[in-house]
Design a binder for this molecule. Structure first.
Ligand code: UD1
Ligand code: CA
Length: 446
């Protein structure tokens, strides 16, 4: 039987933020969600989250996590005090308690599994994860013998100068025999620099404490300030880019691009400098993204190019060219072989196959047929100040430059709209529509 407790009640003073530390985002998801994900593969019987500082905000963020139990720690008097709050909740529980600091977001699930397996096979009372760090500043130091038995953990600020030379550090991930831990938790005392109850002091109280050293020290990065947050973001981004390069994606300047974990790419995708993919994106074979583009929650088919553009919550089918300087907003749905050009904004609209919106247009709440040519500066006037209305344009129609289509309006197929027209009435198939004042010539006016 395994229970998990994640410590997420701390304020995160060193972050200097209005956001509780565990809700800081990293590559698109929060620190605490990353910790939850890293241990969800273990399928624990119970999963507890210790909350305290801004508990409501933390709970709200996690309402979608099935079976997560919130335990309130008030006030926040240290990591040992946090785990003491679990005592009444796990009364009678017989098994292991895996404790994870909520600010250690890069753990691989396999590392946690390894820790739990080692703990079970050695029969220790506690097994903790350690790392040898080139710069152990700020971390608790682990004092152990050759056999991996741990005698004590001393926090950086409580260490003597000599103790600080020890670079074996505590990662903040522990597998306890719950009954043994429960017996010693009430004995913790706060005779340390911070005057808090330290969970780390339980190792000296338990007869058999062991440690397992992590193979990749990057995994145990703890986040206390924004420099550490930026370092972790950089590490995560590098992991993601390397993964995708091995899967057939080209980056011409990898370090300048960022991805989220929910991105999928086909073969021979080229990502040019300063291009960022966020949220859930599916990118088909042979797409060319960037330079200078932001793509968020978007599905792109094959052979799509996006140059200096923003694409958000939109769908783009195959062989479409977007940009430079286009803005596809939520609900834009662009069919095969379309061309969306300079300074064009498209919102909640379907653009039919082979249609072109090349210059300076706003298309909102519209349905365009196939092979429509939208002239430069065409605007759908979709909003009357209260409600949004629909514009429909049939196949093979053309709008002249600087046309305004005042919605609701339906233009049939093969319609031609004269340049500079403001149309307020429907236009039948095959017609020419003009909605502008006649040109006047006054000879000899000078
Ligand atoms: C802790 C460890 C340290 C270890 C490091 C690894 C202790 C005493 N020290 O130090 O040995 O090297 O993590 O990253 O445990 N929290 C609560 N309630 C509290 C205090 C903290 O829930 O009252 C939570 C925080 O939200 C955070 C986690 O516990 O997620 C760790 O707290 P933090 O203050 O960051 O501990 P460190 O100083 O990093
Ligand atoms: Ca920390």
């Amino acid at each position: 039987m395994l229970a998990v407790a994640i410590l997420a009640a701390g304020k995160g003073t060193r972050m200097k933020s209005c956001l509780p530390k565990v809700l800081q985002p990293l590559a698109g998801s929060t620190l605490v969600e990353r910790v939850l994900t890293s241990c969800s593969g273990l399928q624990p019987q119970r999963c507890l989250l210790i909350v305290g500082h801004q508990a409501q905000e933390v709970q709200q963020q996690l309402t979608d996590w099935q079976g997560l139990e919130f335990v309130v720690q008030q006030p926040q008097n240290g990591t040992g005090h946090a785990v003491q709050q679990v005592l009444p909740v796990l009364e009678g529980f017989d098994g292991e308690l895996l404790v994870l600091n909520g600010d250690v977001p890069l753990l691989r699930p396999s590392t946690i599994e390894h820790l739990v397996n080692e703990h079970r096979s050695s029969g220790a009372d506690v097994t903790l994860l350690t790392a040898r760090l080139a710069d152990p500043t700020g971390y608790g130091r682990v004092f152990s013998d050759q056999q991996g038995r741990v005698n004590s953990i001393v926090e950086h600020r409580d260490c003597s100068d000599e103790q600080r030379h020890n670079n074996l550090t505590n990662a903040g991930i522990y597998c306890f025999n719950w009954k043994k831990l429960a017996a010693v938790l009430p004995q913790l005392c706060s005779d340390n620099d911070q005057g808090e109850l330290y969970l780390t002091d339980t190792v000296a109280l338990l007869p058999i404490a062991m440690h397992v050293e992590v193979a990749d020290p990057d995994e145990v990065n703890g986040i206390n300030d924004r420099c550490q947050l930026a370092n972790c973001e950089a590490l995560l981004q590098e992991r993601l880019r390397n993964h995708w390069m091995k899967e057939g994606v080209t980056f011409t300047d990898p370090a300048s691009c960022t991805l989220s974990e929910d991105c999928q790419f086909g073969r021979d995708v080229v990502i040019e400098p300063q291009t960022h993919l966020r949220g859930c994106c599916n990118i088909g074979d042979g797409c060319q993204l960037g330079p200078g583009s932001l793509i968020e929650n978007a599905d792109l088919g094959h052979g799509v190019s996006v140059l200096h553009s923003v694409v958000r919550d939109a769908k783009v089918r195959n062989e479409v060219a977007i940009g430079p300087f286009s803005h596809l907003r939520p609900g834009a749905d662009i069919a095969d072989q379309c061309r969306i050009g300079n300074f064009v904004e498209i919102k909640k609209s379907q653009i039919g196959e082979g249609s072109k919106v090349n210059h300076l247009s706003y298309i909102g709440d519209a349905q365009l047929g196939r092979h429509v040519n939208v002239g430069a500066g065409t605007i759908t006037a979709n909003y009357d100040g209260v409600r949004k209305h629909l514009t429909v344009v049939g196949d093979n129609s053309k709008t002249g430059a600087n046309s305004v289509l005042v919605a609701p309006i339906v233009l049939g197929s093969n319609v031609t709209v004269g340049a500079g027209s403001t149309l307020t009435k429907d236009v039948p198939n095959g017609a020419l529509a003009l909605g502008r004042s006649k040109q006047l010539i006054k000879n000899g006016w000078q």
